[in-house]
Design a protein around this ligand. Structure first.
Ligand code: PEP
Ligand code: MG
Length: 326
């Protein structure tokens, strides 16, 4: 089924009265650079679910000043015309900093934020820029790769400090900004229950979560067949995270490649994911898929069946039984 649907990519997106047909799961976009914001609107996405802000530093090969970041975020938020913009703070990791020679001499690892004052300074500056830009429209702050509670504590302290400094300086900023964390490693998935009361939403980074859970390096293409978001162990962990988030009334977005995998999307929908964040160029295909399927009346029951499956073949069989072409 997924293969057939993948071939429908070039078909026009289903419309009703000129509007894109609603999907049973919110479709948001993942954006790396400015032009994709415009494409997000053109494809009818409801929000930017993930802006990977480090791409701009990588493109410029240096950190941006607060003013430069503020200008970029302000323009993006303005372009979105009322749709929310989720800005992920710099996902500083050695493998992402290649090419920025003057940065690589020092340790710029985000996960050591609690120990590295220069990382704290960079993140606090970015948070100030985001809060200021939030005066122009809805913005959400997303912290990447939270793995330990001390990282979460520090991230929230930096946010308080950013707010406090703006207040003291009399600079206008958005007071009500939802704050989320990315769940990208198993330790975070297992701790989510304890952390959820302190934040407003969760975003599952399926690229990192899937790889770390299966013990596969992200750059290892030799094991590509194992990297599937239908793997029962992965589905069980996602189900657990969504269950804890929903019990606390908080939404869960799925980012990363699993959010573009057509069978994976049906599984995520069944597991109760609230939104998918995918590249703008994939949105139409997902709309077409949902419009061409008969959806199960009780998706959560399908989710329950999926997490009881032990083998990927059973997962696939359940999906093709429960989601039939119209
Ligand atoms: C992910 O890990 O799924 C994710 C969206 O983050 P990135 O791909 O930027 O590491
Ligand atoms: Mg990631």
């Amino acid at each position: 089924l997924a293969r057939q649907l993948a071939e429908q990519r070039s078909l026009p997106a289903p419309e009703s009265n000129g509007e894109p047909v609603p999907t049973p799961i919110r479709l948001e976009t993942t954006v790396n650079l400015f032009p994709e914001v415009k494409r997000s609107i053109e494809c009818g996405a409801e929000a930017v679910g993930l802006y990977r802000s480090e791409f701009l530093e990588l493109a410029r090969r240096s950190f941006l000043t607060e003013e430069e970041q503020y200008e970029v975020y302000r323009k993006m938020i303005g372009e979105l015309n009322g749709r929310p913009m989720t800005i992920r703070t710099l996902d500083l990791r050695s493998e992402k900093l290649y090419g920025i020679a003057d940065l690589t001499r020092e340790c710029w690892e985000w996960r050591l934020v609690d120990q590295l004052p220069h990382v704290q300074d960079v993140v606090r500056t970015q948070l100030r820029a985001i809060l200021r830009a939030g005066k122009g429209g809805p913005v959400r702050i997303l912290f990447p790769m939270i793995t330990t509670q001390r990282q979460l504590n520090r991230a929230l302290i930096l946010l308080d400090e950013a707010r406090e400094s703006l207040r003291e300086e009399g600079v206008a900023f958005a007071e009500e900004v939802p704050v989320g964390i990315m769940i990208e490693v198993a330790a975070a998935a297992l701790m989510a229950e304890a952390w959820i009361p302190r934040i407003d939403f969760l975003s599952i980074g399926s690229n990192d979560l899937l790889h770390s859970l299966l013990g596969i390096d992200r750059s290892d293409d030799g094991l590509v067949d194992l990297k599937t978001p239908l793997e029962p162990g992965y589905l069980r962990l996602v189900w657990r995270v969504i269950g804890h988030a929903h019990a606390a009334g908080k939404p869960v977005t799925i980012c990363g490649e699993a959010a573009s995998d057509l069978d994976g999307i049906l599984a995520l929908y069944s597991l109760g994911a609230d939104a998918l964040s995918l590249p703008p160029g994939h949105v139409q295909q997902v709309r077409t898929m949902f419009a061409s399927l008969q959806l199960p009346s009780e998706p959560r029951q399908v989710g329950q069946r999926l997490v009881e499956a032990n083998d990927i073949a059973d997962v696939k069989a359940i999906l093709s039984e429960e989601f039939r072409s119209m």
